[in-house]
Every structure is written in C-alpha cells, then in structure tokens.
Ligand binder design. Sequence first.
Ligand code: NDP
Ligand code: PYR
Ligand code: MG
Length: 542
Amino acid sequence: MNIFQGTAFTLEERQIMGIQGLMPAAILTQEEQMVRVMTNFYKRSNDLDRYIYLMALQERNERLFYRVLCEHTEEMMPIVYTPTVGQACQEYGVTFRKPRGLFLSINDKGHLFEMMCNWPEQDVKAIVVTDGERILGLGDLGSYGMGIPVGKLSLYTALGGIVPEQCLPILLDVGTNNEKLLNDPLYIGLKRPRVKGQEYDDFVEEFMTSAVRKYGQNCLIQFEDFGNHNAFRFLEKYRDRYCTFNDDIQGTASVAAAGVFAALRITGKKLSDNVFVFQGAGEASIGIAQLIALAMEEEGTSTEEARSKIWMVDSRGLIVKNRPKGGVSGHKVDFAKDHEPVDKLEDVVSKLKPTVLIGAAAVPGAFTTKILKEMGEFNKRPVIFALSNPTSMSECTAEQAYQATEGRCVFASGSPFSPVQLNGKLYHPGQGNNAYIFPGVALGIIACGVRHVEDKIFLHSAKALADMVTQENLDEGRVYPPLNLIREVSVQIATKLAEDVYREGLATTYPEPANKEEFIRSHIYEPDYECFVPETWPWPQN
Ligand SMILES: NC(=O)C1=CN([C@@H]2O[C@H](COP(=O)(O)OP(=O)(O)OC[C@H]3O[C@@H](n4cnc5c(N)ncnc54)[C@H](OP(=O)(O)O)[C@@H]3O)[C@@H](O)[C@H]2O)C=CC1
Ligand SMILES: CC(=O)C(=O)O
Ligand SMILES: [Mg+2]
C-alpha cells in the first residue's frame, strides 16, 4: 500500500509520522499538487517521457496519480494505455526503473504459490496476466509485455474504481521467440525460446491453481495478450472452473458490438440487415463475430442465418470451405462459407458490398482508399471500425476514413484519433477499445462475488454501453460516450451486471443489495487523500 502524500501531509501528520522537516514547510492541497504534475507532464517533449513521468508518479504518490488519471482521463489514457504503452513495452529495457507486478518464470515452476506469497498485498481481487506473446499488434515482446497488465490495472482503478491494492499484474515468463529481444543486453526476461506443449500448459495450470489457493475462488483472472493458439484454449479450459475471462476475445467483442448497436441508430438498419466483413479472424475478430451472431439470435435470427451475414478474411484470404490455400480451423469454421476463394480484401469488399467493415489483423493501412471509397459508394452511412492497436497498426486513420466517404462513415478505432475537420464540420471518431468494458465488468464481478463470467455478461454490457450514447453523441459521429464519462460508463455496466447476476442467482455477495447502483457506487475507490491524524490527537496525557 502506498500512503505517501508528499507536501500534502498536514503539520499534524508530519509530527505524528516523524517526518517534519523532511519536506519543505509549504502544505499543498491535492489540487495544487496536480498543477505541478500537469506542468511537468506538459514540459515533457514526447509521449514516452510522459509515460515514464507518470509511472514514477504512480510509484511515488499513488493517490495523486489516480486523481490525475480520473480528472484528465482523455489526455492520460493515450499515455498510460494505447498507443504509448505499446512503445513503452517495446522499450521496456530502457524505461525500466523499478519492477512493478509479479514476474513468474518457467524456472520457478513448482514454487508459484510461494512466490505469490511474496507479493505484499493479501487481499488481491483481480489479476491481469499475460505471457507477452501477442502484445497489442506488436507481436512477441516477452517480459517487456508487463507494461500491459500494469496499464490495464491502472484503468481498473482509474476507470472502474477498483482499489489499487486489490489489483495484481502478472507476467508469465516462458521465454520469447523474438530474436531482437534475445540479443538485447537490456532484456529483463529469460533469454530462451518460448516453452511450448505440456510444460507450458502445466505452468499455466500451476499459476491458476496457485492464484486461487492464495486469493480465493472469486479472484478475477483476466487473460490479456496471449497468442491466439493459447487464448482460445485457455478460455475454454478455465471459464467454468475459475472466475476468468479473455479481454481480447470477450471484452473486445463487447465494445465492438456496442459500437455496432449505436451505429444502427444512425444507419436505421436492423442488426440482421447488415453484411459484416472482418479483416482478421483471430481473438478480437472471432470474439466480435460470435457476440454479434449471439445478438442476432437473441433478436430471433437462426444461428445459421446469423453466421451467414458474417464474412471473415485471414492471412490466407476469405474464409471459405475447401479453400486451396489450406484448411479452416478452430472457431473460423463457424463462419466459413460456400464461396469461391478470394485472396485480397479489396476484392472481398467489392464482391460482398459489406455494410460494416471491421479490422483487427494488425495490418497497417489495410483499409485502402479504394476500399474506403467503395464502402462509401455501397452505403449511405458505412460503418468502419479500424480496431488494431497501437495507432501504427491501424487499418486506416480517422481522416482517411472520413475523407474517402465525404464524412458519411461511422468510424471508430482501437487507439484514439483526434477529431477531424472536414468541409466545415467536426467529426469525433470513437475509440472502440475494450477499456470501455473491462473496468465496469471487473467492478461488477468483484462487488457481486461472481464466480464465472458468462458470455451474456458481455452482451448485456455492450447494450448498457450503447444505451449511454446520446443523440447528440451520434450527431457528432460518436458511437461511444465521450471518454470523460468513462467512469460513469463503468458504473452503469457494473450496475446492469449486478441486476443480472442477482436475478439469476450467480452472485455470492450477500445480503442482496436492494439498490444495485448505490451498492456499486459504494465500492468505488476515490483517490482523495486520507487523513492520518487520529480523532484523539493530541493524545491525552496521564
Ligand atoms: N480495439 C481493441 O479493443 C482491441 C484491439 N485488438 C487489436 O486487434 C489486433 C489483432 O488482435 P488479435 O485478434 O488478438 O490477434 P490474433 O493474432 O488473434 O489475430 C490476428 C488475425 O489477423 C489475421 N491476419 C494476419 N495477417 C493478415 C493479413 N495480411 N490479411 C488478413 N488477415 C491477416 C490472422 O490470420 P491467421 O488466422 O491466418 O493467422 C489472424 O486471424 C491487434 O492489433 C490488437 O491490438 C485486440 C484486442 C482488443
Ligand atoms: C486493447 C487490447 O486489449 C489490445 O489491443 O490487445
Ligand atoms: Mg489486449
């Protein structure tokens, strides 16, 4: 627990703690300290330096860090989260100051429980874990991937109001196949190729059992940025045994579905009237496709018909049955079509004339001007989501999308783009990022003591998020509420979750609260300073 409040300690607190004189005489309020933080923040000449500055602040004065994040969310998110966190991970060896989070390496197998006991906090309620194999769209960053659990958990607190001491970032170090890192003298992880197969699975299994043994069955474990050959397997393996979800599959599905639901109010179409084309058929795309299909089914469309509206393109082209370039495996099978093979996304778009185009393949520039213009020709209001992260991996920029469609597209992206001025009108692109979802879902799960995270939770969260989009937001081109409302979004998602899980008997926190929203709000961490002066101070003398 970090209780340092710096120059905000009052005279009494300084005397009680024996630190009077160890800091200058001026006593500042948290607001005044924030002015200093923001002044320093703006003085930094680039975002990576701003990231380093904020990480140091988090280390030094946690409450001030969270206050800054809460009050300047829109400005801070691109630094502590995507895109800058991506660069920070790539340069972790240089930016590394003090370790943050728990590093469990394959060399420690057999001792993971004892290592968890080394973590100073005892009441951990949420873990974000990665093995660093697919960090954003940047690939295998091994132990440098720790920046992601650290960043995600900062948002648990800043956006979801979860107490920082209850959050534990974990990096499972099983080596890396990234040659550059293996030759990097500053690399902080094990310099060996990734462990695979049974040894890897046993290691993850030991991690799961140790986490639950140490922190209990209700401890929420969020899988983040695993390679997709492991992500889907672990989700299936653990979803009914533990309180766990995969953010890249399920959280992303939820935020993208919310964006689609809100976009329907602009296009005036029914969900099942759309033709979806996905560039990518991995964790994000498959997760979104499955949730969209589930939403169509809830509206009365058959599973077969729902899937028939969803087309996917992977690294080998359009996913069709019997394609000559190799088979179709895993969840892709559900969306494979009886159709001739088509290799290029441009040809797929020309042939299928989608109403909704979603990119999550980390192929920068994949939405070419030709594709964007055609989307504008086929549709009065084309829906275009370029979800790959960080910004350097985006399928197109917001400006490219608006320009090619004369401002008619409904656009969202995984990493933020600034508003775009076109023909005298200002367009506000949405940030289609799972950060709108996982903090609220985590808040609800933790508050209600949910044991298993069902898919329905993500569908209902998507609807709760879409319901918060006002007509004014839509008129500005937004399919998500502005980022400065994201804490309130989390409260609404968690409240909806609480209503559902108590109704369905899935909550374990008793007694059942009568007013769910009040109950959720009562769990929210506020970063105001604590008072360390006992009520009886000065102590009565005998
Ligand atoms: N906005 C958000 O909230 C989120 C964004 N993302 C972003 O989405 C991106 C993908 O993540 P994720 O789905 O987890 O990654 P995966 O590795 O699971 O999937 C990547 C997919 O892209 C496909 N692909 C690769 N190259 C091409 C190509 N040239 N043409 C078409 N498809 C291609 C792969 O094909 P194949 O199957 O053949 O290998 C695979 O299906 C990342 O940039 C990530 O940051 C992820 C989660 C959340
Ligand atoms: C946002 C996120 O989770 C990703 O890009 O992986
Ligand atoms: Mg992720």
